[in-house]
Design a protein around this ligand. Sequence first.
Ligand SMILES: NC(=O)c1ccc[n+]([C@@H]2O[C@H](COP(=O)([O-])OP(=O)(O)OC[C@H]3O[C@@H](n4cnc5c(N)ncnc54)[C@H](O)[C@@H]3O)[C@@H](O)[C@H]2O)c1
Length: 259
Amino acid sequence: MSRLAGKTAIITGAASGIGLAYAERFAREGARVVLADVNEAAGKAAAERVAALGESRFVHTDVADPASAEACASAALESFGSLDILINNAALYGDWDMRDQSYEYLQRVFEVNQHGVWLMMRAAAPQMVRQRSGRIINQASGAAFNYASAPSPDGEFHGLGSFSYSQTKFGVVGLTKFSAAQLGRFGVTVNCIAPGVVDTEATRKTVPAGMLEQLGREQPVPGVIQPGDLTGAAVYFASDEARYVTGQVLVISGGRHMP
Ligand SMILES: NC(=O)c1ccc[n+]([C@@H]2O[C@H](COP(=O)([O-])OP(=O)(O)OC[C@H]3O[C@@H](n4cnc5c(N)ncnc54)[C@H](O)[C@@H]3O)[C@@H](O)[C@H]2O)c1
C-alpha cells in the first residue's frame, strides 16, 4: 500500500469522522499528511494517531478564514516541500439547527461549507500549478441530490430553515466543475466524493436512534456505510491513475442517489 508515496496531502476537517479516516488511509498509502482542523484538541489527538502510520502534522486551520487557509497551505509546503493533494472535507454538518431561520446562520453555513472550499483551493492551487501536478478532492454529499438536510422532528413546517446544508453541498459540486475546467491544463484535477449517510459520531448525534440502520436497509445495496468505505475512492482520485479524471462526482451511497 504505497500508491501515494512521497505526496503531500492536506486534509481539512481531519480531527474526526470521515476526515480522520482519509488521513489514516493516506498515511498508510505513503502520503505525508497535514491534518487541518479548527478543533485544536481533537486535531492534535487525531494527528498522534496518524503519526503512528506515517509522516504527518496538525495545523490549526479555519477554512472560512482566508488568512488561515493561506497559512495552512504555506505550512504544508514548508513542512514537506510540496503540495500535491487537497481534500476539502471540513464542514458544518453534525450540529445543525433546523429551526433557525436567521440570515446570519445561512451565511455561516455558506462561509464554512462552500466558501471554505474555495478559499482552500485558492490557497493550494498556485503551488500545484507551479508543480504542474495536483489533486483536489471536495467532499459533497448525497444531500446535494435529494435536498433533504434532515427530517422535521415532528413532521410540521416550522418556517424555511436557514441551515441550507444541501444548498452548500450542491454548490461544492458546482465549484468542483468550475475549478476543474480552470485547472486541468496545468495538470491539476478536481473531483468530488458525495457520500450517503455515513456512520460517524456527527451523524449519530444528528439523526434519531435507529435511523442510520433503517436508511441502510432501504438502500439498493443495504448496509451502514462506514468512513472506511469512502477512502478507496479518495486514493483513486489522488493517484496518478486518475490523471484524466476531472470534474466528476462519485456518489457512494449504496445506490440511494443516482444523479
Ligand atoms: N457523515 C455523513 O453521513 C456525511 C454524509 C455526506 C457528507 N458528509 C460530509 O463529510 C464531511 C465529514 O463529515 P463527518 O461526519 O466526518 O463530520 P465531522 O463533524 O466529524 O467532521 C467535520 C470536521 O470539520 C471540522 N470543521 C468544522 N468547521 C471547520 C472550519 N471552519 N475549519 C476547519 N475545520 C472545520 C470539524 O471540527 C470536524 O472535525 C463533511 O463535509 C460532511 O458534510 C458526511
